[in-house]
Design a protein around this ligand. Structure first.
Ligand code: BDR
Ligand code: CA
Length: 311
C-alpha cells in the first residue's frame, strides 16, 4: 500500500485521478491539497470537495494552497474545463469544511503523522509543492520518497507550441521541484496523449449504475468536446492526470526512461518548456523517470473497474 497526498486543480482529469486513487486498494489517499490552475483557487478547492462528497469520502482532509503562481499572473483553463472548472455534471455541494490550515501546513501535518514514507502526487501547477519544499526542506527529504507529477512534454506543447499547461502556469515552481533532489516521475503530454478515452468508452461509462459513474459520464462527455477539434488528431479525450495514479497502482502499464529533466524559466517562446535530456547529453543527474508509453487498454480497464467499485 502506497501512501499518497494529491495536490491538484480539479479539473476533469484531476477528478478522475482522485477517483481512481480512492477506489484503489494499492494506494491510500491521505490528504488532498488544491492549487490555482484550471480555475481560480476558490473553485478548484470547491471542486475537490464536491468530488470527495460525491464519493462519500469527506473524511479525507482538504486544504487550499497558494492563491497565485510564485511569479507569474494566474492563467486558467476555462476553455477546457468550463466556468466552474468542472462543468458537465450536477455534483453535490460539499457537506464538509476544508481544513483551516494552508495546503503546505496540511502536507507537513500529514507527513509528520505518517509512519511510513509518502508519495506526493501533483496534477496541477507545482506552486504548492515548490513552496512546501522551500518551507519544510528537511521534513520533505525525510518523508517524501517520490514526487509523481503530470506536466511538461518532450517536444510538444498544449498551451504554447512547446509548453504544457501545468508548467506554463508556474514554471518557477516546476524548476524548484525538479532541482530539489527528491526523485520525480513525470507524466508528460507524450504519454498522456496516448491515454485517450474513446467516445464509445465514454458511452460505456453511461451504463455504470452508481452515482459516481453517472457524474463521471457527464464530466467525461464535457471534457471530450474540447478535444474533438481535428487539430489535435485525437480519437477521444486524453486523460492526463490519472496517468500519475495509474503508474503508482500498476507501473507495468507503462514504459519509462530515466533522464535529467529541467525547466526553462526565461525566454519569450519557451518559458515553461521541460528540457528532457533523452540522450544524456549533459551528464546531469537522472532526476526524473519519464513515462513514455502506456498500455491504453489496461489503463481504460483500470478507470472502468474503479468507477464500478462505488455504490
Ligand atoms: C494538464 O492541464 C490541465 O488542464 C489538466 O488538468 C492537466 O493537469 C494537461 O496539460
Ligand atoms: Ca490538472
Amino acid at each position: 500500500m502506497k501512501n499518497i497526498i494529491l495536490d491538484c486543480d480539479p479539473g476533469h482529469d484531476d477528478a478522475l485521478a482522485m477517483m481512481i486513487a480512492v477506489a484503489s486498494d494499492d494506494v491510500k489517499l491521505l490528504a488532498v491539497t488544491t492549487s490555482a490552475g484550471n480555475q481560480t483557487p476558490d473553485k478548484t478547492l470547491n471542486n475537490a470537495m464536491k468530488i470527495l462528497t460525491l464519493m462519500k469520502r469527506q473524511d479525507i482532509p482538504v486544504a487550499s494552497g497558494n492563491q497565485t503562481p510564485l511569479v507569474k499572473k494566474l492563467e486558467t483553463a476555462g476553455n477546457v474545463h468550463g466556468k466552474s472548472g468542472l462543468d458537465g455534471a450536477d455534483l453535490p455541494d460539499p457537506d464538509f469544511k476544508p481544513q483551516k490550515m494552508t495546503a503546505i501546513e496540511l502536507i507537513a501535518k500529514t507527513l509528520r503523522e505518517s509512519e511510513s514514507q509518502v508519495t506526493l502526487v501533483v496534477t496541477g501547477p507545482m506552486t504548492n509543492a515548490a513552496l512546501f519544499l522551500r518551507v519544510y526542506p528537511d521534513l520533505a527529504r525525510q518523508k517524501i520518497n517520490q514526487i509523481v507529477f503530470m506536466g511538461g512534454a518532450m517536444g510538444l506543447g498544449n498551451w504554447t507550441p512547446s509548453v504544457e499547461f501545468n508548467i506554463f502556469v508556474d514554471p518557477e515552481a516546476a524548476n524548484i521541484v525538479l532541482n530539489f533532489g527528491i526523485p520525480t516521475v513525470m507524466a508528460p503530454l507524450n504519454v498522456t496523449h496516448k491515454a485517450q478515452i474513446l467516445k464509445s468508452e465514454i458511452e460505456q461509462v453511461k451504463t455504470i449504475d452508481n452515482s459516481v459513474g453517472k457524474a463521471f459520464y457527464g464530466l467525461l462527455s464535457f471534457f471530450e468536446i474540447y478535444h474533438e477539434n481535428p487539430k489535435w488528431g485525437f480519437k477521444g479525450a486524453p486523460l492526463h492526470d490519472p496517468c500519475t495514479i495509474a503508474w503508482l497502482i500498476n507501473p507495468n502499464m507503462f514504459t519509462t526512461k530515466l533522464m535529467n529533466v529541467d525547466v526553462e524559466t526565461k525566454g519569450d517562446l519557451v518559458r515553461g518548456e521541460t528540457v528532457c535530456d533523452y540522450y544524456d547529453l549533459t551528464g546531469k543527474p537522472h532526476n526524473t523517470e519519464v513515462l513514455l508509453d502506456l498500455n491504453r487498454e489496461a489503463f481504460i480497464d483500470l478507470i472502468m473497474k474503479s468507477l464500478n467499485k462505488f455504490n
